[in-house]
Design a protein around this ligand. Structure first.
Ligand SMILES: Cc1ncc(COP(=O)(O)O)c(C=O)c1O
Length: 426
């Protein structure tokens, strides 16, 4: 198995835990273990008593029942519980696809959706969606990609990185196409149940197509990535069996405490969903106002699902170069200091970069190089809503899955936070 470097994860590994304001993650705001246990009286005591041995490889039976209840037509034995969706992607591709096969991948996508497919040795074609077409789906293009040995189609809905739902009619036609050509549909649904309007929710692929596998996760919609737990669901028993057989070589079974906590969280998932939707809706309107005001700099298609959106930073085409030139730490500033006055050592380097790359933006240091003068220029209202800043809906991506022409605001994320604070508080 040959894997290309996972660029986005490498980028995260470098910056995720040092960038002050992370606007580039795709998960909803996380919670503490205490918050999860508070969802259900008695669960704290039960967690302390929970057996910390190996768990059952397909997943604890009670957890498989809880997962099955998310779906309409699914029995517990049609669920497999890998340790996170990322493991699910590895397991499905390597269990189901080989060098003699052809796979179609909807792109742009989460990088492993494409690269793990390639690592199987299969021939991989991209079903590309483009910004200039408003990210629409070209079904004719998909039809043309299908070959006699097309074994699998991988799609993501709600979609990473655009935050857009696949239109229902497109979803249905993809399924019809798969059914006609006996193709396994691998549907990455890790953002499902975070549609901004729940009425727009699509059925899960596993519910409506007998040869589909749906991928779910605790990480995104429910905001609990630290549990490292996901699930694969299929009504095709050989898919579950083959994935299980492969899984014996990856993690054998999931973490016992995570299974327990996932079970509690999923049984109360509506509480988590409502909270996350609340944050998301508030921030989305802030963001919409911000992009409307700065349409000279930013371009986007407003998302309708997930906590993500995909934004183009107009002045900069060469994203990789931009990222190299503007390391995120240039923008490191502290909210505490904003509220009480900024320190020159923290702010000045950031402002300089802003001035250089984004002339015309409000964040201008007009005079003064001392901490006092900075304080005067940059103090913002303490009442500003920093929710979006703490874990916003703005997803900014480095060149990912071939979408290199598209803006990666990664390095800018703290600058955007900064601007958002100004915008909101000014
Ligand atoms: C579309 C998509 N699928 C799968 C994953 C992996 O999720 P997990 O944290 O459960 O491994 C991600 C993570 O960003 C993702 O965006």
């Amino acid at each position: 198995m040959r894997m290309k470097p996972f660029r986005i994860e490498q980028y995260f590994a470098k910056h995720e835990f040092s960038a002050k304001y992370l606007l580039s993650s795709s998960d909803a705001e996380s919670r503490t273990i205490q918050d999860v246990l508070d969802l259900e009286p008695g669960s704290h005591e039960r967690l302390l008593q929970h057996w910390c041995g190996y768990t059952e490889s397909p997943g604890a039976p009670w957890l498989r029942s809880t997962v099955a209840a998310i779906y309409k037509n699914i029995a517990p034995e049609q669920v497999l519980v890998p340790s996170c969706a990322e493991e699910g992607i590895l397991v499905v591709y390597h269990a189901m696809v080989g060098p003699e096969d052809h796979v179609v991948v909807e792109t742009p996508c989460f990088e492993s959706g494409l690269e793990v497919a390639r690592s199987t040795g299969a021939e991989v074609s991209e079903w590309r969606r483009k910004a200039e077409d408003g990210w629409s789906h070209n079904l004719d293009a998909l039809r043309k990609l299908i070959r006699p040995n097309t074994r699998m189609i991988y799609i993501t809905t709600p979609h990473h990185p655009t935050g857009l739902l696949m239109p229902r009619q497109v979803f249905e036609e993809v399924i019809e196409l798969c059914r006609k050509h006996r193709i396994l549909l691998f549907c990455d649904e890790v953002f499902r149940e975070l549609e901004h309007d729940p009425g727009m929710r699509l059925p899960a692929a596993c519910d409506v197509y007998e040869n589909a596998v749906s991928l779910g996760s605790m990480s995104k919609t429910y905001g609990l990535p630290g549990l490292r737990l996901g699930w694969l669901v299929s009504r095709n028993p050989s898919v579950i069996q083959r994935c299980l057989d492969f899984r014996f070589y990856t993690t054998i079974c999931s973490s016992a405490p995570s299974e327990f906590l996932t079970d509690v969280a999923l049984r109360h998932r509506q509480v988590l969903i409502q909270r996350n939707l609340g944050i998301l809706r508030r921030n989305l309107s802030l963001l919409e106002a911000f992009f409307a005001e700065r349409s000279d700099l930013f371009e986007w298609v407003k998302p309708n699902a997930s906590p993500m959106c995909f934004v183009r930073f107009k002045p900069q085409r060469d994203v990789a170069q931009f990222l190299r030139r503007t390391p995120p730490h240039s923008f490191r500033v502290r909210t505490r200091e904003y509220a009480g006055g900024a320190s020159a050592t923290e702010l000045l380097p950031g402002i300089k970069v802003l001035e250089k790359h984004k002339s015309g933006i409000r964040a201008k240091r007009t005079s003064g190089t001392t901490s006092e003068s900075c304080q005067a220029k940059l103090t913002v209202s303490k009442s500003c809503d920093c929710e979006m800043v703490r874990k916003g809906i703005l997803s900014t991506r480095p060149p990912n899955s071939g979408a290199s022409e598209f803006s990666a605001l990664f390095a800018l994320s703290e600058a955007v936070s900064f601007l958002q604070i100004r915008h909101d508080g000014a």
